[in-house]
Design a protein around this ligand. Structure first.
Ligand code: GDP
Ligand code: MG
Length: 436
């Protein structure tokens, strides 16, 4: 299998979170992916509940998709006796570092409807809900997973409890503020993934039984405490889609045998059957959900900006308020708009007039083209959907203006240097002519 897990966010000893920007950039700024739209599937939830184990089957699915020419959905699960590898999983005393891991190899898939190539990233989270890490660490990992993913799989053991729903409270408040600004729902797909479901006679395994269960849990009933009622109302309004999948027990070897290495032959047939149903429901090309922020689909390059903005917000001692989460999102959102517009200006100027191997041009022509493309870059900034309102965006518009001016200065100098070269070449040519 190509690739390895890369720790992109790490909790440090003092409960501060650090972004491994270099490693993350290596994944997201790879020229093959950086300008493609991105799908982020993240799995979050308590410690040692089979998250990474599950993700490794997702990896098998994606690997089969990209490596088998006629992708046969029946046999991607692999052979019976190979150990399961990918994201580190398994019980035992070793405690994994708290944080976020990405698979180093992004998978490129084609959306059948549009023919567009998108990049699929798998995100594993490790918020050890144990004595060594604080509540803040878990909440941080969970929040980052929610903010950065387009598909959040919320992994839960046995049943959906009230406190699982309360984990979502922070986002519902964020969502409420975000929706005051625009009417786009702030979050996309949320899947409750219930492991070791024990009551198939009440709600059957799979997504139909799961939907019944989640509908029951989110139902507003008469006489319910108003806080519980509000939480339910807000959860519904913040996500495009809320699903639930009830998973059977994988068998005793998986749950208890310390020598179990993940081979399929040690896993119950029902569990495998359900992996074959649930994973394609999340990851087959026609089901992919591209990450959207404020209603706009984002690229890998933009995702990097959001990582940076969100991590910055987690540098203090406090869990950020929904309000500051929203500001961080709006900042990253405006910064991306600046970067895209500036990129547009540079590209046009280089293509039309002053790329590396283009000849010297008359400064007046350079100026007139500068005016033209600056204008279109600013227009591009003004018309793209941004968060935070016009006043908030005004300073980013100025920033764009300033950066374009700097770029223009650079282009003038670059152009002049070609002129100098041309001038320098002339005597040489003359000299050659005389000698000849
Ligand atoms: P994570 O900390 O949530 O990523 O958990 P891991 O993926 O490392 O798995 C922890 C342990 O749970 C391993 O020993 C797996 O064999 C076991 N496991 C995986 N899936 C399941 C499941 O669906 N039910 C049970 N009971 N155990 C599982
Ligand atoms: Mg894990």
């Amino acid at each position: 299998m190509k690739g390895q897990p890369v720790q992109v966010v790490e909790a440090k000893d003092d409960h501060l979170f650090e972004l491994n920007e270099e490693a993350l950039s290596e994944i997201l700024m790879n020229p093959n992916v950086r300008d493609k739209k991105v799908v982020v599937l993240s799995v979050a939830g308590a410690f040692r509940k089979g998250k990474s184990f599950f993700l490794d089957f997702c990896l098998r699915y994606l690997n089969a998709y990209v490596s088998i020419i006629s992708f046969n959905s029946a046999d991607w699960l692999g052979d019976e006796d190979s150990p399961l590898d990918g994201f580190p999983w398994r019980g035992g005393a070793e405690r994994d570092t708290t944080g976020i891991l990405l698979w180093s190899e992004p998978f490129t898939m084609t959306i059948p409807e549009t023919g567009e190539e998108v990049v699929v990233l798998l995100m594993d989270t490790q918020g050890a809900f144990d004595s060594l890490s604080t509540v803040k660490d878990c909440a941080t990992v969970f929040a980052l997973s929610q903010l950065l993913s387009s598909v959040q799989v919320f992994n839960i053991m046995l049943n959906i409890q009230e406190d699982d729903l309360q984990h979502l409270q922070l986002f519902t408040e964020y969502g409420r503020l975000a929706m005051e600004d625009s009417n786009a729902k702030p979050f996309q797909d949320l899947h409750f993934f219930v492991r070791d479901w024990q009551y198939p006679y009440e709600h059957d395994y799979g997504n139909v039984g799961g939907q019944e269960l989640i509908d029951k849990r989110l139902k507003i009933v008469e006489g319910q405490h108003s806080e519980l009622e509000q939480l339910r109302r807000h959860i519904r309004s913040c996500f495009h889609k809320i699903g639930c999948y009830l998973m059977p027990h994988p068998g005793l070897k998986v749950a208890t045998n310390p020598y179990f290495d993940g081979r399929l032959s040690d896993i119950t047939p029902e569990f495998k059957e359900h992996l074959k149903k649930f994973i394609p429901a999340l990851l087959s090309a026609d089901k992919l959900i591209v990450k959207e922020i404020n209603g706009s689909k984002i690229t890998c390059r933009e995702l990097l900006e959001y990582f940076k903005a969100y991590l910055k917000m987690y540098q203090g001692d406090e869990i950020p308020e929904p309000k500051s989460m929203l500001i961080a999102t709006a900042e990253a959102n405006n910064l991306s708009a600046v970067a895209n517009s500036k990129e547009h200006y540079i590209k046009e100027m280089e293509e039309v007039i002053c790329g590396g191997n283009r000849p010297y041009v008359n400064p007046e022509i350079l100026l007139s083209q500068h005016v033209r493309f600056k204008d279109s870059a600013i227009k591009m900034f003004d018309t793209c959907r941004k968060m935070g309102g016009t006043e908030f965006s005004a300073s980013y518009r100025q920033k764009l203006d300033k950066e374009i001016a700097e770029q223009y200065e650079y282009l003038i100098k670059h152009n002049e240097s070609k002129n100098v070269l041309a001038a320098a070449k002339t005597p040489a040519v003359l000299f050659c002519t005389i000698v000849a």
